[in-house]
Design a protein around this ligand. Structure first.
Ligand code: PAF
Length: 285
């Protein structure tokens, strides 16, 4: 008989027992409006897991009062077709009341909040956003009992917050981060790209141009945050129709600003193209 002292040891034992009869389950959490970025997550999940579930749920608690919850693109039939083609076994598409039971009061009483990190980057301009994300993802992890969950690096701040949540709550689901998928001209794929007019679609390239410029400067040896951020600002200055929300160099784990880029540093931008808020990033390798 073994004696175990840590949650990690207990989990490892429990997983090994389960896997002997049940190979790993993968979960790809999404809000639908699936595109090639989601398809790549499903493919990676398919390669790593015996069973793959994808969730499609436009999560109301991660939208602010003046944000696009009501008009967020919804394309359930097309999503099912894409998920099926890429090899998902199950689509979990709950109603709002399934994940947020309203009884006995209409107020939601229970949230998961990763303090500190949730107020940085997108959390600074979208108060409550990451609380909504952490809450729904915790519910999805608990409900699915997934061994692995797959997220895109495009939502890099979200990844940091969810990793911290998994660590702090000792959740059993391991987070796997997959590379950003870009259109041929460099624009990072996002369900919100559907909002862009043809003119805005061109203006939106400013984000990926800024990211690429910073990558080039880092490759040439530049490490000073102030220089890298100023260089990115200059790229945005050439396209005044695009309005910067933030440009930051932060530690990817803590989301705290750094003065010098190092391996693991996250360079992240968010900007408004018309009414559409887009994000992009790169990790210093
Ligand atoms: O990245 C997303 O699409 C959402 O934030 C997520 C993780 C599915 C939670 O609603």
């Amino acid at each position: 008989m073994q004696t175990l002292h840590t949650v990690a040891e207990l989990r490892q034992w429990s997983r090994a027992c389960r896997r002997a009869t049940q190979p790993p389950i993968g979960l790809v959490p999404t809000m639908g409006a699936l595109h090639a970025g989601h398809a790549s997550l499903i493919r990676v999940a398919r390669a790593r897991c015996r069973h793959v579930a994808i969730s499609i749920f436009v999560n109301p608690t991660q939208f602010g009062p003046n944000e696009d919850y009501a008009c967020y693109p919804r394309s359930f039939e097309a999503d099912c077709a894409l998920a099926g083609r890429e090899g998902a076994d199950v689509i979990f598409a709950p109603a709002v009341e399934e994940l947020y039971p309203a009884e006995p009061s209409s107020e939601i009483a229970t949230f998961v909040e990763v303090a500190g990190l949730s107020d940085r980057l997108d959390g600074a301009s979208r108060p409550g956003h990451f609380r909504g994300v952490a809450t729904v993802v915790a519910k999805l992890f608990i409900a699915s009992e997934a061994d692995l969950a797959f997220f895109g690096q495009k939502d890099a701040a979200q990844v940091s917050i969810l990793r911290r949540m998994v660590t702090d709550l000792r959740l059993a689901t391991e987070i796997v981060v997959c590379p950003i998928v870009r259109d041929s001209d460099g624009l990072a794929l996002s369900s919100r790209n559907a909002y862009l007019t043809p003119a805005e679609r061109i203006q939106a390239l400013t984000l990926s141009h800024a990211v690429r410029h910073v990558e080039e400067l880092v490759a040439q040896g530049e490490r000073r945050s102030s220089v890298l951020i100023d260089a990115a600002r200059e790229v945005f200055a050439a396209e005044p129709a695009v309005c910067i929300d933030y440009i930051e160099l932060v530690d990817w784990a803590t989301l705290e600003a750094v003065e010098t880029a190092a391996p693991g540093t996250l360079f992240a931008v968010a900007a408004y193209v018309g009414a559409t808020r887009l994000i992009d990033n790169t990790i210093v390798r």
